[in-house]
Design a protein around this ligand. Structure first.
Ligand SMILES: [Zn+2]
Length: 290
């Protein structure tokens, strides 16, 4: 059971996740306010919400402007919209939590040597010959790697071969195929457009100020998973701030303002991840003149 939101039906919050953290009444009490004649059940618990599949589809676009922020306030919504909103809030929260679990699982599964190598690959410390040029270009480039070739210990080519090999064997482990196949050739493919599209936050370094729907450490994990990095207090290029911290202008806020860097609400991070693209951050920026 969720704690009730102190604003109840007149809640003004626009953060979708808020509706998965606090309970809100879904019934419309004011006369003539509801245009839906069917279901007037009072929303009682998230358990009920999950079981209940409303036949009447509410257009999500009516409730959500982007992935995570609401276009209208809760009090303006119909009963169906409120129910749909709460359902969406739980789905979004679950999806983000699953992402976090995956991040934890991935790290646990990898043995440390491979994890270290992977990190070197991900941070671009290890590049095969010609890879840098391929990443800067527009064309897809193929790099054939073979087991026989005598790669230098710790070289990028050897690392990629080993990573692919171990992932392939892991995939087959426990199946009857596990002893039938041997990896002797790996094709390493660089598709620069795809690389850019996959890494939502590539090129961005983040800092946080305030408390959010997730802990700062969890948010950092999500950001790193999607190609972003952690900036330092003095050097970052995007600041995620809570409304409270923004209003009191913490040191980090002042740094961002001084340097002309964007200060955004946490929804920016979730929207970008859920939409799989770096949504325009200007839509999520605080008004620095306020
Ligand atoms: Zn509320």
């Amino acid at each position: 059971m969720l704690p009730p939101c102190k604003y109840g039906a007149s809640c003004y919050r626009k953060n979708l996740l808020h509706f998965a953290e606090y309970s809100h009444p879904t019934s419309i009490t004011k006369a003539g306010d509801s245009d839906s004649g069917n279901d007037t059940d009072v929303y009682s618990s998230d358990e009920d919400d999950k079981k209940k599949k409303s036949d009447k589809k509410v257009a999500v676009g009516d409730i959500l402007k982007r992935g995570m922020s609401l276009v209208k306030t809760y009090s303006q919504m119909t009963e169906d919209e409120r129910k749909e909103l709460i359902k969406k809030a739980f789905e979004a929260k679950q999806k983000l939590q699953k992402e976090l679990e995956e991040t934890k699982d991935e790290i646990k599964k990898k043995d440390q040597a491979l994890e270290k190598l992977q990190k070197q690959v991900n941070t671009g410390m290890l590049l095969v010959d010609g890879e840098k040029e391929a990443l800067e270009g527009k064309k897809t480039v193929y790099f054939p790697l073979s087991a026989e070739r005598d790669y230098k210990e710790g070289s990028a080519a050897q690392t990629h071969f080993r990573l692919a090999e171990s992932q392939f064997y892991r995939l087959l482990s426990g199946t009857s195929y596990s002893s039938q196949y041997r990896v002797d050739k790996v094709e390493y493919v660089i598709n620069p457009e795809l690389v850019k599209r996959f890494k939502v936050f590539s090129g961005y370094s983040f800092q946080f100020t305030g408390t959010f729907s997730f802990t700062q450490a969890e948010m950092m994990k999500l950001i790193k998973k999607h190609g972003g990095t952690q900036g330092t207090a003095a050097a970052f290029n995007i600041l995620v701030a809570s409304p409270d911290e923004f209003s009191i202008k913490t040191n980090k806020c002042c740094t961002a303002i001084k340097k002309g860097l964007p200060i955004v609400v946490e929804m920016y991070v979730y929207d970008a991840i859920l939409n799989k693209k770096a949504t325009k951050y200007s839509d999520y920026e605080y008004d620095k003149d306020s």
